[in-house]
Design a protein around this ligand. Sequence first.
Ligand SMILES: Cc1cc2nc3c(=O)[nH]c(=O)nc-3n(C[C@H](O)[C@H](O)[C@H](O)COP(=O)(O)O)c2cc1C
Ligand code: SF4
Ligand code: FES
Length: 678
Amino acid sequence: MYLLGSVCAESKTGSAINETQKAIGSTQELEVSRIRFVVSLLAYIVCAAMKSTGHVVFFAPRREKPNASYLHLPSLPVVCKGFSTPLRAARLLIRLPGAFRARRGAVIFDDLRAIQLRHGFLPKAELEGLSQRTQTPLYQIHSVASFYPHFHLAPPPKAEIRVCADMSCHLNGACELRADLERCFANSRPEDVQIRDVSCLGRCDHAPAISINDHIFTDVTAAHAEEIARSAIRGEEVQEPHPEQARIACKADPYIDGEKYVVARKLIQSKAWDDVLAQLKAAELKGMGGAGFPTNVKWDLVRKQPDPVRYIVCNADESEPGTIKDRFIMTNLPHLLIEGMIIAGLVTGAKRGILYIRHEYHLQEEILGEEIRRCYRAGLLGKKILGSDLDYDLEVFVSPGGYICGEESALIEAIEGHRAEPRNKPPFPGQIGLWQKPTVINNVETFINVPQILARGIDWFVAQGAGGTRGLKFVGVSGHVTRPGIFEVPMGVPMREVIFDHAGGIRGGRQLKAFAPSGPSSGYLPAPMIDVRLDFKALAEAGSMLGSGAVVVCDDTTCMLDMALNAVRFYRNESCGKCVPCRVGSQKMADMLARWTQGGVAESQYRADLALLDELSQAMSLTSICGLGQIAPAPIQSVLKHFRAEVDAHVLKSQCPSGICFTAASRAGEAQRVGIRP
Ligand SMILES: Cc1cc2nc3c(=O)[nH]c(=O)nc-3n(C[C@H](O)[C@H](O)[C@H](O)COP(=O)(O)O)c2cc1C
Ligand code: SF4
Ligand code: FES
């Protein structure tokens, strides 16, 4: 749904408005402006009448934050100043190309990125200039810029070191690394170097990972990080390593040696859209982004919407600790992802696709950009694809950052140029999504499953799974394993096979203590449950979830209370803050667990804490707007269920059975986190 006024606020038209505004300054012009107001009112009525034809939509449906639009709605007389007549304005608006409108959201991020590139941060004067140029209130620009961790509102130091503090890096010495770096730079000036935590950088298989001036380094040691940081302090440019890597052949690729995009080519000729939906239904393809929603139902919902403008969005935000499979898929199977998105567009009648990728995936952004350009050259994208009467455009949207951007409605808000705060649902994106239009949002892996099924048939798909489950699955395995990485396995295999056969088992001859089947969201399962199958139903019955297939493995030296605290801190840090249960609840939970890891809590207080934790968990699960707040209690609930004796030992006896808590190092780490001296 397009706001009539927003279009006038686009920078080009905006300058015309400014000109007119200056002219109106004189008394003479005031008279003219009154006449224009009457004419504008007429235009308003004409356009409102046209709304019923579906050509122009005047009002966005009631939103929770009416002022959140980047390109705000100017007052009505202003609308017509940029056009010679109101009717011409209405006609122009109808003819505006989709690309122009779809880029509106990206514009604010492009502008902010350009300013940050010039200055290293966003100076106030530049934001004021942007506000004037785009006729956008400064507070709106500021509210967006201050939301995303990618943007700096103050000058950064010469070397900004950010150490990933999440699960896989935490298991691989991130705390020690950070403490070493703090020591190395203890006498440095804050304008030279600053060390901070950062959420998962998407390199969990090469932990610990850090970023220095937004360039990512993996498997780092303190000495290596210090060397890079010191060169940055000297003014040398930091270069992110991009090791050359040959593409890995995958079983999932139906085109290993042959021509690509065969399914899309055939479909353009046959136009057998119903057949595609029937095959996806028969294959029982479920979403691979976490919720496991049936893909055919989602596509069918969008296809049946009366609004002819629809969008396809690929969710490649992948920011949950341990989740790295989409990075692998985009590196090795970019053609399958793009083909899946083309098929989704054809079947649902969408003419535009947007691939939303996290900003830390520079290499994958390049690979996909190249593949998209190849498709345009081959006539598979653009106007009248392959000589048919069908149009489909595809673009990449680089996320301004934050785990919450992966939540589908928050992702839509980000594309629209707002703060990535999830919307209340219903309505779902399939009904009212991007720009208020019906929108399919699927995960990367869901899209690549579509051409697989259509190219090879349902029997092939069924045969790929194990134990009655269908298809193949890409899983990321990280933590205390010998060979962390991404593996393509039959869906339904026992976790034992994933952890021991593929990832090489527990490193250093240690024993398995626990594993998270899908990052913090899935909670932790104890070693005796290792034979649970990699399957939606089996994992749900085990009290966990398949999620996105991010297996994080803990050996017998791990403190499970420490891991629960680590997970809840992640949610606390990443909560967008829109709703109270999540914003306040995650902080309260983190405070409570931190206190437990310090021991010395009286038994009566512990009992009261446990009751409060239960209440808090229920309130968060039932009343949080989105999945982040709903799932935040899962890690501690799973630890209390499976490792209760360990928690009791901390709280009641001030003992950490794994020797992680109550040490000088842990006290120093804790002090660092809460910003006090140990
Ligand atoms: C906090 C949060 C983060 C999420 N992050 C992702 C993500 O990075 N990638 C993804 O595909 N889905 C993510 N999801 C799930 C999406 O909201 C959505 O369900 C999914 O993209 C739908 O695709 P699918 O049907 O193919 O699974 C996230 C959900 C929540 C609540
Ligand atoms: S649950 Fe948390 S992340 Fe989700 S909308 Fe509420 S505050 Fe934001
Ligand atoms: S890169 Fe550190 S947990 Fe993912």
